[in-house]
Design a binder for this molecule. Structure first.
Ligand code: TZP
Length: 235
């Protein structure tokens, strides 16, 4: 079996975290989050591969309600695709699955292992993103040594009713003021809303339905990436 090092593409881990290197969360632009229920009956792997071909550089495997073995099997397939595309794969919540796969990191939520425990298991080379729903979460993520935060839901989203009403782009601004980590805005993000969150200080966006639920995930990916680049004044 190849070593963990040989399975990780160059520039995807610690060295890219804070420097703005190619696979730093600061430069991902779009962080694609999976949800097998939102593909309109299409195969999830197929839809994600369209997005990767269109330029997605970071994918989060977030499949609620699956056993560890099912998440692991999906992760194996996605890891092969992300490696080929030079993208990173993070696993939602399951530190054990991320380690078993040799994935690039985890996305932790309030219900996950505490950040310090996850870091002790994963080491400094793997990315740890924290899902934040307010400034208290952000402060905790910063203090705990997270690599980046995903903040939301910023706008109303059909994908996640459980976190209550949308938070607003103003929270992105407040987060930027207290947090030097890369910040990705999530929740109801569409290309037309990107300039608002990037203008408020987000380094990029995360999305499910805008990519997975549309007829053409490749074109949607390109539009989202272009919107982020425009918002950041890169194009
Ligand atoms: N966390 C906050 S909102 C959300 C998650 C996982 C769902 C985002 O889905 P969509 O379809 O991009 O609004």
């Amino acid at each position: 079996m190849p070593s963990a090092e040989s399975r990780v593409p160059r520039g995807t881990r610690a060295e890219g975290r804070e420097t703005g290197a190619p696979n730093s969360p600061r430069t991902w632009g779009l962080y694609l989050v999976t949800d097998r229920h939102q593909t309109g009956g299409r195969d999830l792997i197929e839809v994600v591969s369209r997005a990767l071909e269109a330029g997605v550089r970071a994918v989060q495997l977030r499949e609620k309600g699956l056993d560890a073995i099912a998440v692991f099997r999906l992760g194996e397939q996605l890891l092969a695709l992300t490696r080929r595309a030079g993208a990173v794969l993070l696993i939602n919540d399951r530190v054990d699955v991320a380690m078993a796969l040799g994935a690039d990191g985890v996305q932790l939520t309030r219900k996950s292992l505490p950040l310090q425990e996850a870091r002790a298991l994963l080491g400094s080379d793997r990315l740890i993103g924290i899902s934040c729903h307010g400034l208290a979460d952000v402060r905790e993520a910063v203090a705990g040594g997270a690599d980046f935060v995903v903040l939301g839901p910023i706008y109303a989203t059909p994908s996640k009713a459980s976190y209550g009403p949308p938070l607003s782009p103003e929270l992105v601004r407040q987060t930027r003021a207290i947090c030097r980590l890369p910040v990705l805005a999530i929740g109801g993000i569409r290309p037309s809303l990107v300039s608002e969150v990037v203008g408020a200080g987000a380094d990029g966006v995360a999305a499910i339905s805008a990519i997975l639920a549309v007829a053409d995930p490749g074109t949607a990916t390109k539009e989202m990436l272009a919107a982020v680049a425009r918002g950041k004044g890169i194009e």
